[in-house]
Design a protein around this ligand. Structure first.
Ligand code: ADP
Ligand code: MG
Length: 328
């Protein structure tokens, strides 16, 4: 395992939440509709992600851990029209380079599953075993071989908080997938995956918030917008509640933030930022997603259209509503 590889891996994988993000996105790409994430010590000593997706064939396992190995793009053209969440083929090799990784997986067509162990990028074993269909990844002792990286990690509580925020956003962005999150043997979150966004908001944010949301649906030439926004009483001093998803991805955009905040301006809010859980379907030709390993930047070729649809849809949804909190 060369130093260069370890440095590169640290860039992709900067903390336990990044591992969880990559593993869950792979599970979603594999067609899973139930994903369980379990962590101990903020994910630093233990992360387990189990899915009921397609599984991986034994022969494909070592290949999946090669750098820049992905089963999701076959041609250069595919790069321009990726619909799957991951497509760089860097996650598994990066995670394996800086941790002790165990994989157990079985495809529906095979009788036996496979257990694969790789530590610090070095393959330790591959054997056939009996196991359920789907895939389980266990990541132990992240950065055990890169102490300098480990020092940058925050407290276990803070790292667990990052993972929790991530899973909440993934649950709301994929209402058709049931997410379970277990921290130190306690279930912290369990969403139904019933594809009803309001139910998922209830699962994630609780009764009071979900009783005080308003549906906000809109449509313009190239954009379909749907989801829920909080009544102005549901707000925060930061943008943690202000979430939206573009073509299934959690993304931040200055234009969308501005449109949301402007639409709420006439209403007195104790805090500045409202709750939103909005989905946007936008023609992929009109967006430019710059996928950096650790962050996503988005640029709209039709900034005015997106601003206008967001602003007007929210303004209309808020107008004429009885903006009194519902008793819960
Ligand atoms: P990418 O997701 O960009 O293709 P990764 O390094 O994340 O690259 O994964 C490499 C490959 O391993 C994937 O392309 C996929 O074929 C396979 N894979 C990873 N996780 C899973 C999973 N949970 N279920 C099925 N296949 C998986
Ligand atoms: Mg991936």
């Amino acid at each position: 395992q060369s130093t260069i590889n370890k440095i590169a891996a640290g860039e992709v994988i900067e903390r336990p939440a990044a591992v969880v993000k990559e593993l869950i996105e792979n599970a979603i790409d594999a067609g899973a509709n139930a994903i369980t994430t379990e962590i101990k010590e903020g994910g630093i000593s233990f992360i387990r992600v189990t899915d009921n997706g397609s599984g991986i064939l034994k022969a494909d396992i070592p290949i999946a851990f090669l750098r820049h190995s992905t089963s999701k793009i076959k041609t250069v053209e595919d790069l321009l029209s990726v619909s799957s969440l991951g497509f760089r083929g860097e996650a598994l090799s990066s995670i394996a380079a800086v941790s002790q990784l165990e994989l157990v997986t079985k495809t529906p067509g095979e009788i036996n599953g496979v257990r694969y162990i790789i530590e610090g990028g070095e393959e330790k074993s591959i054997e056939e075993i009996g196991c359920p269909e789907g895939t389980t990844f266990i990541i132990r002792n992240i950065f055990y071989n890169t102490p300098a990286r480990r020092k940058f990690l925050k407290s276990t509580v803070t790292e667990a908080g990052y993972i929790s925020d991530l899973i909440e956003r993934l649950a709301v962005s994929h209402p058709n997938v049931s997410f379970k999150f277990i921290v130190n043997n306690q279930i912290k979150l369990h969403t139904s995956g019933n594809n009803n966004l309001k139910d998922i908001i209830y699962n994630v944010y609780g009764r009071e918030l979900s009783a005080n949301i308003i549906e906000a649906n809109g449509k313009s030439d190239h954009i379909v917008m749907s989801g829920f926004i909080g009544k102005p009483i549901i707000s925060r001093g930061n943008r943690n509640y202000m979430n939206y998803y573009i073509n299934g991805r959690y993304i931040k955009s200055g234009i969308i933030n501005k449109a949301i905040e402007e639409a709420y301006k006439p209403y007195t809010m104790t805090h500045r930022y409202p709750f939103t859980a909005l989905h946007f379907e936008i023609d992929s030709e009109l967006i430019d997603i710059n996928v950096h390993p650790t962050k996503m930047e988005i640029r709209f070729k039709n900034g005015e259209e997106i601003y206008s649809i967001v602003y007007h849809t929210i303004k209309d949804a808020l107008a004429g509503k009885e903006l009194i909190p519902e008793v819960v």
